[in-house]
Design a protein around this ligand. Sequence first.
Ligand SMILES: *Cc1c(COP(=O)(O)O)cnc(C)c1O
Length: 460
Amino acid sequence: MSSALKILPPVEPLANALANSVSLPKPLVVSFVRKEVASWRKQLLAGTTSDRDTIEAAITENLEAFASSRLQPVINGTGVLIHTNLGRSPLGKTAAAALEKIATGYSNLEFNLPEGTRGKRAGYLETALACLVNAEAATAVNNCAAALVLILRHLCDGEKNEVIVSRSELVEIGGGFRVPEILETSGAKLVEVGATNKTHIDDYAKAITPNTALILKVHRSNFYIEGFTAEPDITELSELSRAHSFPLVEDIGSGAMMNTDELAPIDHEPTPQEALTKGVDLICFSGDKLLGGPQSGIIAGRSDLIAGIKKEPFFRAVRCDKLILTVLQESIDEYLRTQAKPSETDVPNLKALALPPEALKSRAQSMLDAIGPVDKAEISIVDTMATTGGGTMPKSQIPSIGLQITPTGISLNKLSKLLRVGTPAIVGYTQEKHLLIDLRTLFDWQDTLVADRLKNILKG
Ligand SMILES: *Cc1c(COP(=O)(O)O)cnc(C)c1O
C-alpha cells in the first residue's frame, strides 16, 4: 500500500460511528462511506495530500448533506403558498386522516360492495369531480402534464394531428413542461398562430385544415402580457371549433374552485366552471395547486371524450393509485360540503389566502414576545407581500406580515443555514441584510417551533 493511503479511515468503524449520529439505515451509510473513501483513495494516489481528521470531517459533512436530502417536513416561511420546491399544497387534516385509514388497510378500490363483484376504480370520485366543476364527466390522472399528453394522444389520429395554439401561449411552466415539447411527445403537430401579443379569431380560422385535430388554449400561469394585446373570447373559439367539428381544449393550469379575487386582494384565476360554461369541450388542471389536493391532473368536460380517454392504453400508465384517489376524493368532497368558504373549510390554501394581516400581526407579536431579548440579531415585525406561487397569478401579491431578523452576531448565511438544517427545517428568504419569515405560510401551531429555534440560535 502506498504510504499516502495509510491515512484513509477504515470504512466499517467510521460507518458505525456515523450511522448513529445521522440515524440512517446502516447499509446505506456503509455504502456511502465506502464510495467516499474510494474517492479519497483516487485523490491521494493522484497526489493530493491530507490527513485523517480532514478526510473524516469531509465525509461526515457529505453524509449529513445526504441525510438532509431525505424527504422531511419543512416549515415554509417564504410567503409563497404553493411552493413547488416545498411540495406545493399542504393537505387538510380530514384528507390526511382518510389517507391513513385507507393506507393501513384494504379498501374497495376496484370492488363493488353491494354486488360482491369487481367494481369500477374511482367511480365515486369521478362523479363528485364532475358535480363540483359542473361537467358532464371527469377523471383524474397523475398530474396535469400527464392529463394534457393523454388528451392530445386521444384526439390526434394519424395525419389528423394538427393542434392550433396561439404564439402567446407556447409557455414553459417549469420542471420541464413546455407546450411545444408536450405536443411533440404526444404525437401532435404544432400549428402556431398569431403574434406574441395579439392573436385574432381569424388567425385561428385561417389555420384550420382537414387535418386539424383540436384548438388548444393554455393558461399563461406564470407570466402575463400587458399593453397592446388581444385574444379572442373563448366563446368565439368554441363556435369556431364547433363549426368545424373538432374539440376546443383548455389547459387551465391551477384549477381554482373559488373566486380568488373574493378571497384576497388578488387577480381572478380562471375556474374550471367558467371554461366549461363558455364552451370548452375538455379542460385539464392540477390537483395540487390552488385546489389544494394531492399531486394529480384532472380532466373534465364532454362525456364522450372522457369515455374515450379512459379507454386509451396510456390512461392505464398514468392512472392514480389508491392513496392519491383517497386524498383527492376527500378534497373534492370538502369543496362540495363547504362551497370553498375559508371559515368552514379544512383546505390549508384557502385558509391561508383568506387570513387577514391583523391576525398575522398578532401572531408575530406573540412570537416576538416568546423569543424575548437576543444578543445576535435585531428582530422586528414588518409588512411583507406573500404570493400564491406554483405558477399561479404572477402579478398577485397578498399583503402579509413577516418577522424580519437582522443578524448582528452571526452571518446571514449561517443563520439561514442553521434554520434550514435543523429539525424541523425552517425556510425563509433573505432581503438585503435581513432574513424574513412570512407568517402567511406558517401554520399557527408552527409559531412556537420557529420562535424557539430563533431564540436558541440567536441567544448567547
Ligand atoms: C402547472 C401547470 C401545468 C403542470 O401541472 P402539473 O400538475 O405539475 O403536471 C401544466 N399547465 C399549466 C398551464 C400549468 O399552470
